[in-house]
Design a protein. Structure first.
Length: 105
């Protein structure tokens, strides 16, 4: 069964922050390309939910978080078997302070 990909509010907010930052720094076209690239990277998750590597930094959590990489961004997600969906929890710029990855809820 294919799982639905669902973006949690924090991840949507981070995606919006990325768009605003690049729109200001590099223009609308670049901002759209980066955000679309991040979103496109998650398209295949519904069929292959365990394609991402386990996020060891979040190993202490109850859920098993995994991640995909697009450019400098980690797309952190977990598989919610009860709701039959994949929940994108965070989009994390790997050039940032590593403690920011713990913002996933």
């Amino acid at each position: 069964m294919e799982l639905k990909v669902f973006w949690l509010q924090l991840a949507e907010d981070k995606l919006n922050d990325i768009y605003i930052y690049y729109r200001f720094k590099a223009g609308k076209r670049v901002a759209k390309r980066i955000v679309n690239g991040i979103v496109d990277k998650t398209i295949g998750l519904g069929m292959q939910s365990e394609i991402g590597q386990v996020e060891i930094s979040l190993f202490h959590r109850d859920m098993e978080y995994r991640y995909l990489v697009y450019d400098n961004y980690k797309i952190v997600y977990w598989v919610n078997r009860i709701a039959n969906r994949i929940e994108i929890a965070n989009v994390f710029d790997s050039r940032q302070n590593p403690t920011k990855i713990f913002e996933t809820k």
